[in-house]
Design a protein around this ligand. Structure first.
Ligand code: GLN
Length: 312
């Protein structure tokens, strides 16, 4: 068995080396100024198995912020908080084909109701539905949920990244005010932005990300703590959104080339959930034009070919 484990690690290392060649063709995100400090050359992968073992390769100790990956977690929490009917009265279920921060279809197609929870408008609407008495209380509920999902009681967030985004989030403010005008959001926009930017700044490493991916792959069941962390139905909704909208406006190509539920973030993280088989965490901050990890996607393509991961 030990020999097998060494073999798996070596195989991951080979894939990392191949995928690394794509790093120079991408760019680290800088529209959130603090993200520009990331090391462009980093590339890491972790694979978490239902039996509790995990394999990892590359710079796996680097911690990075969730950014858009947090949209799946907040959606799961809000579905538990409010139920499907309430949530989907305020956010839709259709992919947009537009960049994640686009404002266009908010007016044209939906009278202020964002088309899905994986674009920024939809994620802002979802975050505004997190229950609690104050921003602090609501954030702590989300953080507690993340701590359960990762098994890391010390999990926290980067104040620097949160503040850096808060100070520059003019577009997210616009989306929020537009939705407020249409009654999708009712709370104070500055408070919402405070909560949303902290949510996006929660920090993980790729092993923790792989563990969350595994919980989604097992429809909400955590094999490490042996508990059902969210209802199966909610995990399935999240997995479906990851397939249709998880990789922004590259979700179609990703479904063809990789074919697994996955969610990316502009920090360079990607979480993958291979139904019933394993969770994957990838980190590579060099991004393609759409905002996905350029080498990370390549790595997932190689992984998908090698281990036949596509659900289709
Ligand atoms: N915090 C980022 C934003 O709202 C998340 C976007 C992303 O990762 N695509 O712009």
């Amino acid at each position: 068995d030990e020999k097998k484990e060494v073999k798996h690690m070596e195989e991951l290392m080979v894939l990392i080396e191949d995928a690394k060649e794509f790093i120079p063709y991408g760019k680290v995100a800088n529209y959130i100024p603090a993200l520009a400090k990331a090391n462009k050359k980093d590339l890491a992968v972790a694979v978490f198995l239902p039996d509790g073992r995990h394999f990892e390769a590359g710079n796996t100790t680097t911690r990075f912020t969730l950014q858009s990956i947090s949209k799946v977690i907040s959606l799961a929490l809000v579905l538990m908080d409010r139920g499907e009917d309430y949530v989907f009265e305020r956010v839709g279920m259709e992919p947009t084909g537009d960049p994640f921060n686009s404002i266009a279809k908010l007016e044209v197609r939906s009278a202020g109701k964002p088309l899905n929870p994986m674009i920024n408008a939809g994620a802002l609407a979802v975050t505004s539905m997190i229950k609690g008495h104050s921003v602090k209380d609501r954030f702590n509920r989300l953080l507690d949920f993340m701590r359960v999902l990762t098994g890391n009681k010390e999990l926290s967030y980067s104040k620097e990244v949160a503040i850096s985004e808060f100070e520059t989030a003019h577009l997210n403010r616009s989306l929020s005010y537009f939705m407020k005008e249409h009654g999708i959001i009712t709370e104070d926009v500055e408070l919402l932005l405070d909560l949303y930017t902290r949510q996006c700044a929660i920090e993980v490493n790729c092993v923790e990300l792989a563990r969350i991916g595994l919980i989604f792959a097992l429809d909400g069941y955590d094999p490490v703590s042996k508990t059902q962390i969210m209802p199966e139905k909610i995990a399935k909704i999240c997995n479906t959104f990851m397939v249709t909208c998880g990789m922004y406006n590259a979700s179609g190509a990703f479904a063809i080339k990789v074919g697994i539920p996955a969610k990316s973030g502009v920090s360079g993280g990607v979480m993958g959930a291979v139904p019933r088989r394993f969770g994957i965490g990838v980190y590579g901050p060099s991004l393609d034009e759409i905002g996905n990890s350029i080498a990370g996607i390549k790595l997932l393509e190689l992984l998908a070919q090698k281990y036949n991961l596509s659900i289709f």
